[in-house]
Design a protein around this ligand. Structure first.
Ligand code: HEC
Ligand code: HEC
Ligand code: HEC
Ligand code: HEC
Length: 348
């Protein structure tokens, strides 16, 4: 077994001064609906409700073309041919990369057909935006056949977005909903995959702005389909903070899942400590009740083995705060964090 020189206890000390604050507050949430999935951990989408990327094309051709240039698209054709994938599968005793849930849930899109899940694409639209069956019509309905985007009332728009979220859409109107999906795959909650399979322990250098505004970017609506430009500086500030919160949440979940002091647990605790430091930096620069509450929750959970309940409680609370932050934050008031943001040259 590959042991790191750091014990999780040392990492705890390295993290930064841990105030012995009270246990994470577990206040009841008002927006329980979309968050129950996060609270359950690694729920991504229901294969029975997956429509497949082709069902989005007729209205989102630009997005489709951008997606086809990404590693998310390519992994469908490349992964099972990689010797490294075979080696990981062998170590785990799996016969097929394409047929095993342990690999497909992060590398492919699954669709249920006649009671069986099959893989239909790489990481596709619904891997990030949620399985579409229950929202595909409603998310684009401005209020009837004669109503155009320009004629839609603000109330109808708000209700439409809210209903699409309630129906399972990870609508980027709330960036946390999409960020949570990125992190579900880019931080592995699966200890065996890492410690036995030898798979990378997530993507340690992940950062939402840099990772979403480069090759993964598809951003056409705000220019009426004419250009694929990065999001506005105001939105990127919100995105940066949401990314840190979602990363911290996911890393705490991974730390909670660790049962031994090996690669998986150490990487998870290190990552959680790093995100905690980032959140601390943010909390020093901006005054926001959700950032403050998330920071307090993070301080209440020690990064060590056998601390599952406290770590999960903190993760749940941070997820709730991240959702509320994303729903309410005004990027125009967050200019103080600009020095923390990646520059366009750093976009992946
Ligand atoms: C019948 C046409 C149509 C289909 C099919 C369709 N969409 Fe859309 N979609 C739209 C329109 C129109 C908008 C813009 C809504 C607006 O103006 O707020 C939109 C917006 C979106 C948004 C952005 C929401 C926001 O507020 O930022 C996402 C994400 C999205 N669609 C994903 C998908 C996915 C994924 C699929 C396939 C499962 C899909 N759509 C299928 C028409 C469609
Ligand atoms: C928790 C989600 C998750 C699961 C489960 C998962 N992977 Fe991965 N895998 C990833 C991510 C994310 C990357 C990209 C890591 C990076 O480079 O940042 C990756 C990368 C890889 C790579 C390197 C690909 C490359 O292009 O460099 C291989 C090989 C691989 N995975 C094989 C597997 C196999 C085999 C399984 C099943 C036994 C599996 N993975 C299960 C998320 C996952
Ligand atoms: C369903 C799982 C899944 C989701 C959700 C997901 N990814 Fe990935 N991502 C992967 C895998 C797997 C790879 C590696 C593909 C490969 O190389 O074979 C990857 C690769 C990438 C890469 C390319 C990295 C490189 O080294 O070139 C970027 C950038 C990226 N993801 C960003 C994102 C962002 C941003 C989000 C959310 C908006 C996201 N991903 C959501 C699974 C996922
Ligand atoms: C890796 C995760 C990921 C995948 C895969 C993905 N999206 Fe997105 N999508 C996002 C994120 C993140 C945003 C918000 C980006 C921003 O605000 O800068 C977004 C925004 C959008 C928007 C609104 C912005 C625009 O393009 O006008 C639409 C529409 C959309 N996605 C549709 C799709 C469709 C259709 C597919 C499949 C062809 C797809 N997405 C695949 C993560 C993803």
């Amino acid at each position: 077994m590959n042991c790191s020189p750091f014990s999780i206890a040392t990492l705890l000390l390295l993290a930064f001064a841990q105030e012995a604050s009270a246990a994470a507050p577990s206040s009841a949430s008002s927006s329980a609906e979309p968050l129950s999935a996060a609270a359950a951990g690694f729920v991504q989408y229901d294969p029975a409700k997956v429509m497949g990327p082709d069902s989005c094309t007729k209205c989102h051709e630009n997005e489709m073309l951008a997606w086809r240039e990404t590693p998310h698209f390519a992994t469908f054709e490349t992964l099972h041919r990689m010797p490294e994938a075979k080696a990981i599968a062998d170590r785990l005793g799996l016969r097929s990369v394409k047929r095993n849930d342990e690999c497909t849930k992060c590398h492919f899109t699954m669709q249920e057909e006649n009671g069986r899940d099959r893989v239909i694409a790489g990481v596709s639209c619904e891997s990030c935006h949620g399985a579409g069956r229950d929202w595909i019509e409603m998310h684009a309905d401005y209020g009837g056949p004669t109503i155009t985007k320009a004629l839609e009332s603000p109330e109808h728009r708000a209700a439409r977005i809210e209903q699409s979220i309630a129906a399972g859409m990870n609508n980027p109107a709330n960036l946390y909903l999409v960020a949570r999906q990125c992190l579900a795959c880019h931080t592995s909650p699966n200890e065996r995959l890492v410690n036995v399979g030898g798979h990378a322990a997530g993507t340690p250098e992940f950062e939402l702005v840099a990772w979403s505004q480069g090759k993964v970017r598809h951003n056409f609506l705000h220019t009426g389909g004419t250009a694929n430009t990065p999001s506005s500086p105001e939105r990127l500030r919100v995105m940066y903070i949401v990314g840190v919160l979602a990363d911290l949440e996911a890393s705490l979940r991974a730390t909670a899942a660790a049962s031994e002091q090996a690669n998986f647990g150490v990487a998870a605790a290190q990552r959680a400590a790093r995100q905690k430091r980032r959140l601390y930096e943010i909390s020093q620069l901006v005054e926001n009740p959700h950032v403050a509450a998330a920071m307090e929750a993070a301080l209440g959970a020690r990064l060590k083995l056998n601390n599952r309940e406290a770590l999960l409680a903190a993760a749940n609370e941070i997820g709730r705060q991240a959702y509320e932050f994303a729903a309410t934050a005004d990027g125009a008031k967050l200019a103080a964090i600009d020095p923390l943001l990646p520059t366009p040259a750093q976009y992946k």
